[in-house]
Design a protein around this ligand. Structure first.
Ligand SMILES: C[S@@+](CC[C@H](N)C(=O)[O-])C[C@H]1O[C@@H](n2cnc3c(N)ncnc32)[C@H](O)[C@@H]1O
Length: 183
């Protein structure tokens, strides 16, 4: 199967499950947002939320940042994100593939990807693409689903991304590892 066909199947799956996403994942994802924001300062920054899903992170990000761009490959989830974004004045949405971000180099102060990498054929390459669009002194924050990545596999991915690991969280209360990376 080509990489795009695999991605398209993933996209269709998320489109189908979009309606039940919040109900199923709300609490779990919130714990990750809190943990990430304890470890990175996003005040006043332009932030990209890659694989934003239904936009659960917006309510955290919008209170601190200048602008949030939510980006996802799934049309179904972006429709949910659009409903949510209406309550905030600083959220913009884009449909795209995380391996081909439609933004220029060094554009965002911080880039987040919560529970997204398990969908990507080459997660280290995806992280390199996230790095491309973050400012030189910015941060890329990714989480790795423990069900999909052993700790050593996830560490290998982070190492292959060639970014510098500044914070790593592996807590029992989270079903993901949380990593803060610098360029
Ligand atoms: C488990 S959900 C996490 C959603 C969101 N980050 C959150 O915290 O609730 C994974 C998300 O990754 C998105 N995704 C999967 N493959 C993608 C790709 N190739 N490019 C961009 N987003 C993708 C899915 O559509 C889905 O919204």
């Amino acid at each position: 199967m080509t990489a795009w066909k695999a991605k398209r199947n993933i996209m269709k799956r998320y489109n189908i499950t979009a309606e039940m996403y919040d109900e199923r994942y709300f609490e779990e994802q919130n714990r990750k947002y809190q943990k990430a924001l304890e470890n990175v300062d996003v005040k006043g920054l332009g932030v990209l939320d890659v694989g934003c899903g239904s936009g659960l992170f917006f309510s955290y990000a919008t209170t601190q940042t200048a602008v949030v761009v939510g980006m996802d490959v799934s049309h179904g989830l972006l429709l949910k994100a659009k409903e949510r974004a209406e309550q905030f004045g600083n959220v913009f949405l884009v449909q795209a593939d995380a391996d081909h971000l439609p933004f220029r180099e060094n554009f965002f102060g911080a880039v987040f990807a919560f529970t997204m990498l398990q969908n990507m054929p080459k997660p280290a390459d995806t992280i390199a693409e996230l790095r491309r669009v973050v400012e030189t002194n910015g941060r890329v924050i990714v989480t790795g689903l423990k069900k999909a990545f052993t700790l050593s596999k996830f560490m290998d991915i982070l190492e292959d991304s060639k970014m510098q690991l500044t914070v790593f969280v592996d807590e029992n209360s989270l079903n993901c590892y949380v990593a803060v990376l610098a360029a």
